[in-house]
Ligand binder design. Structure first.
Ligand code: COS
Length: 385
């Protein structure tokens, strides 16, 4: 009844992703991290191979993978460098909201245009005073006749510098709380949009994060996704998918750290034998592998639920918090096993440990994900069958 085997087509897909990541991402991962280089050339190549818009249906220029396939490819790409891989896959969250709420015409217009070349989208939700409490945003979309005039500032916007399409959330009526929030698809060249501060980050350094400023940006009904007041729900539904995606990202990070640590434990000789022979090290490796396996099983489950149109808000929150905490522990233990040689700048596991930290923070801190999951569990506990 349960079958984890992949079809020949899925195997080929995964092989393509692994091969691409090993060939194009691995050799530059440490250097791009050090210099904070935007991986434009790598994105162009990923686009040519169909690895850029994996979750977008073919009708809108994507590769049309199922969620399970998309997350498998996400893990494979993130294994070599989560920052570069996430720039490649960045559009999934913004297009997620559009795929759920946009009309056929809007999907063709906004997503179809983006996928023509290696263009990308960004998800503009967070503000300086509306992070975990996303519903209290101050960016306004003032109605004037049949137009919406947007003013405000969004911060910590991943890919904010380069995105060509913005999935923007703004309120038409603050007094309505979350029910006043609207979602807009906004082409980058719309007048009035500028980039503010560009962040310098601890990890994920090849992935740019910036402020975006909206100064009298004029939009119309054509930009409005899903009707007035539908924006908050669209953001939350997109985040369900995004949190499953972070589970796959975290699994890729953890698997790489585990592989690096196991390789080291097999070859590093102390007291006359490889250090992996000592229980102090092999028990760490066992726990690291258990966490990584469980993380993978969780994104496969949530992906399967999404493929079958089963609501997975609680499961996605649980998967995200588990896998990101796991990635943090696994990468920290990998540095511990590799000791001095793992801690130094330029070591793969040193980078992985810094990268893992963000997975506990973005797309909802793990405290918020525990809150989302806790609320859901009070309604119904999660079981698979
Ligand atoms: N799917 C569908 N609908 C959802 C939903 C989901 N996953 N989550 C919430 N909703 C709906 C609720 O059902 C509610 O609708 P009704 O008023 O019709 O019942 C509405 O949205 C408001 O939800 P809620 O009352 O739960 O909102 P709160 O303000 O209490 O809390 C949290 C919302 C904290 C869960 C939300 O603000 C959140 O996820 N914050 C973190 C934001 C985040 O992840 N930021 C990262 C940005 S991207 S890096």
């Amino acid at each position: 009844m349960i079958d984890f085997s992949l079809s020949s087509q899925q195997k080929a897909l995964l092989e393509t992703a692994r091969d691409f990541a090993a060939r194009e991402i691995r050799p530059v991962a440490v250097e791009y991290d050090r210099d904070g280089t935007y991986p434009e050339e790598i994105c162009k190549k990923a686009h040519q191979l169909g690895l850029m818009y994996t979750n977008i249906p073919k009708a809108y220029g994507g590769t049309g993978m199922s969620f399970v396939e998309h997350y498998l490819v996400t893990e494979a790409m993130n294994y070599e460098c989560c920052a570069i891989a996430q720039v490649i896959g960045i559009s999934h969250l913004a297009t997620g909201a559009l795929m759920i709420g946009a009309t056929e015409e809007q999907k063709k217009k906004f997503i179809g245009k983006m996928t023509e070349s290696y263009r990308s989208a960004c998800f503009c939700l967070t503000e300086p005073e509306a992070g975990s409490d996303a519903g209290v945003m101050k960016t306004t979309a003032e109605k004037k006749g049949d137009r919406y005039i947007v003013n405000g500032l969004k911060c910590y916007i991943t890919n904010g510098v380069y995105a060509d399409l913005l999935c923007l959330f703004a309120t038409i009526d603050k007094s309505k709380g979350t029910k006043g929030i609207c979602c807009f698809a906004v082409p980058r060249d719309t007048p009035g949009i500028s980039v503010g501060r560009i962040e310098d980050k601890m990890g994920h350094r090849a992935m740019n994060v910036a402020e975006l400023i909206f100064d009298n940006v004029e939009l119309t009904k054509e930009n409005l996704i899903g009707g007035e007041g539908q924006g908050f729900k669209l953001a939350m539904m997109a985040l369900d998918r995004g949190r499953a995606n972070i589970t796959a990202v975290s699994t890729g990070i953890a698997q790489k750290a585990l592989d690096e640590a196991a390789k080291y434990a097999n070859t590093r000789v102390q007291f006359g034998q490889p250090i992996g022979n000592f229980q102090g090290v092999s028990f760490l490796l066992a726990d690291m592998n258990a966490l990584t396996m469980a993380s993978r099983a969780m994104y496969l489950q949530v992906g399967w639920m999404l493929d079958n149109n089963i609501r997975c808000s609680t499961e996605a929150a649980l998967a995200k918090l588990f896998a990101s905490d796991a990635a943090m522990k696994v990468t920290t233990d990998a540095v511990q096993i590799m000791a001095g040689s793992g801690y130094m700048k330029g070591a793969v596991v040193e980078k992985l440990m810094r990268d893992a930290k963000l997975t506990q923070i973005f797309e909802g801190t793990n405290q918020i994900n525990r809150m989302v999951a806790g609320r859901g569990i009070l309604g119904k506990t999660c079981t698979l069958f």
